[in-house]
Unconditional design. Structure first.
Length: 143
């Protein structure tokens, strides 16, 4: 980091680029396959209004962003039951794939070294035709 970066900060675009370079980000199809074939834990960090508007990914653990570190720390007192160990593949999904990248890197800091996120987030998941439930405008439950 340059002296200028240290005094003025990176800016969000540079920070996001730097942190994403440390992730093996997944397409929606790869994320779905990781859940089905590898037992990955899909974690939806979208806030309630977005979940109500667009629906849910079946089987995803819902943990709003402001609780993520407390719920995902395998050694923490407030961890989710699905958070079993530091080696589990955790795939974070937000609305469009921005906040999830930073969230996945935060999970790395907790020792969840396999944490990653979904490129394009929930919106890309739904656009790919992957399962979504509770979407108000989708007659077959898909967004």
């Amino acid at each position: 980091m340059s002296a200028e970066d240290a005094t003025q900060g990176l800016g969000i675009d540079a920070l996001l680029e730097r942190e994403r370079a440390k992730l093996d980000r997944l397409t929606p199809a790869r994320a779905a396959a990781a859940v089905e074939l590898q037992g990955a834990l899909l974690v939806d960090i979208r806030y309630a209004a977005l979940r109500e508007r667009d629906g849910l990914i079946p089987g995803a653990l819902v943990v709003e962003r402001n609780e993520l570190e407390w719920r995902m720390d395998p050694t923490g007192d407030h961890r989710a039951a699905e958070t079993t160990d530091h080696d589990r593949l955790v795939v974070v999904v937000c609305n469009e794939g921005y906040a999830s990248s930073l969230a996945a890197r935060s999970l790395h800091a907790l020792g969840l070294h396999r944490a990653t996120d979904v490129i394009g987030g929930f919106q890309a998941w739904a656009a790919a035709g992957l399962p979504v439930t509770g979407a108000p405008n989708a007659p077959d439950g898909r967004a």
